[in-house]
Ligand binder design. Structure first.
Ligand code: TRP
Length: 460
């Protein structure tokens, strides 16, 4: 019953695609992408982001899915067993660990933001009428400074995630994503059409697609790469675990392209839903992380049908976040289940509870909250530390070693078998995985370390 003998499997290619797109499409696309594009100078950032997705993201996605399917286990055991098969050190299992731990850290604060989204969905349903910029900012800051309310919301979000994951791959994940993802697309389309008709659509198009390369400084380039990884759910065991449930007859490269295309399309559509409204109401597109929580509610409060549009918007975010958080919980659950043979429901509840507890620290660390004055390394909050550790360290380092493993330590033949594509495509992919991806990721990582550690040290 514990699933150790028979590894779970998606019931169809469609179910897998919905699950993987569900994992990829999340707060990264609808919350982070628009505001980072806004801060990064619009079009230039968008073009670079898409380029990273295509040249680095897709090959990594293919590699991670292939490892998962070949290993047929949780990330730790998958890495170990493939390494063993190839006569390599078992230490490669550490890559599985870094994924599981990274995913655990991410879900702890992802669920908190997911809770904010749930709370805002409720607020939106009663309307934001009469909210000016000052009041909107005040509402959000008061909410995140509250020691109790965000925690309750965070708990609700985690409970939903646990409820889905506990029911298993086919009974839980698959059922949820095959309903939620089509719903997400419909809501998003409605919002884009509404924005397009009532908002400043051409201005939004220009903002998103007219390149302004001057705004694209070094750290914005890093943001674009980091976001492309985060958005595709790479290097944290999510994709590897989902790959392990993949039937042998599903074509991995084709699926990877579909997933990346859907993921990018949602990010762009989110921009096209948000910015026409932002411009129509004369709001600031560069509002940073507060864009959806502080800026948009002002517009929802003034527009015709604002209650409906606002509620739909936060429902969209909630759905996107839930189908991603289940993929962040799954790697740890699959590992513990595999190792201990414990009941899946129990394992899920325990890991969910632990992640919830770790997440409460991120809430208490918000400005004005209980631990709001606790700062690390020159001003980072607890949430910033977790974000930095996962996004800037675990993810790039993990991804780089994963590419090195696939490109240099696994036999070419094993990968050819797994991918089953024509020779020329294989050669392009293999070249990207062996040379371009590790070097590009290393360059980005070195830059992060230089900017945040070495340069400040040298400056005194
Ligand atoms: N990709 C999701 C988003 O865009 C978040 C996510 C889910 C994730 N699983 C992941 C990020 C694994 C990194 C690694 O919001």
């Amino acid at each position: 019953m514990a699933g150790s003998a028979q590894h779970a499997q998606w019931s169809s290619r469609w179910a897998f695609i919905m699950a993987a797109v569900g994992s990829a499409v999340g707060l990264g696309n609808i919350w982070k992408f628009p505001y980072e594009a806004g801060e990064g100078g619009g079009g230039a950032f968008v073009i670079l982001y898409l380029l990273f997705v295509l040249v680095i993201g897709v090959p990594c996605l293919v590699a991670e899915l292939s490892l998962g399917r070949r290993g047929q286990k949780s990330p730790v055991m998958t890495m170990k067993s493939i390494a063993e098969e190839e006569g390599r050190s078992k230490l490669w299992g550490l890559l599985g660990w870094s994924g599981i731990i990274g995913a655990f850290i991410i879900i702890s604060f992802y669920s908190l933001v997911g809770g904010w989204v749930l709370a805002y969905m409720v607020k939106a349903a009663s309307g934001f009428a009469g909210l000016d910029a000052a009041a909107s900012t005040e509402t959000f800051l008061t909410f995140i400074a509250d020691p109790v309310k965000p925690i309750i919301a965070h708990f609700c979000f985690m409970a939903i995630t646990v409820g889905i994951v506990a029911r298993g791959v086919q009974g839980g994940l698959e059922k949820a994503v095959t309903v939620l993802m089509p719903a997400l697309f419909v809501i998003l389309l409605l919002l884009v059409v509404y924005s397009g008709v009532t908002g400043e659509f051409t201005q939004a198009l220009a903002f998103l697609f007219e390149p302004n390369f001057h705004a694209l400084t070094g750290d914005k380039i890093l943001n674009a790469l980091g976001l492309s990884f985060f958005s595709l759910s790479l290097a944290m065991g999510s994709i590897m675990t989902y790959g392990s449930y993949l039937p042998k007859d599903v074509n991995i490269p084709k699926s990877a392209i579909t997933i990346a295309a859907a993921d990018s399309a949602v990010a762009l559509m989110a921009g096209l839903a948000i910015f026409p409204i932002v411009f129509a109401y004369g709001l600031n597109p560069g509002g940073g992380g507060g864009l959806v929580f502080m800026t948009l509610p002002i517009a929802f409060g003034q527009m015709p049908l604002g209650i409906v549009v606002g509620t739909l918007f936060f429902a969209l975010l909630a759905v996107a976040a839930i189908t991603s958080s289940i993929s962040l919980l799954e790697p740890g659950v699959s590992y513990i289940e595999e190792r201990t043979g414990m009941d899946r429901k129990k394992v899920t509840a325990i890991i969910g509870l632990l992640a919830f507890l770790l997440g409460t620290l991120s809430s208490f660390g918000q400005p004005g909250n209980l631990l709001g004055d606790v700062h690390f390394f020159g001003g980072m909050s607890i949430m910033d530390v977790k974000d930095y550790l996962t996004n800037n360290i675990i993810m790039p380092v993990g991804a780089m070693f994963m590419m090195i493993f696939v490109g240099w330590f696994v036999s070419r033949k094993a990968m050819m078998d797994e991918l089953a594509i024509e020779d020329r495509s294989f050669r392009i992919w293999y070249f990207l995985v062996r040379f371009i991806c590790p070097v590009a990721i290393f360059a980005v990582f070195a830059n992060i370390i230089y900017d945040t550690i070495i340069a400040p040290m040298m400056a005194g």
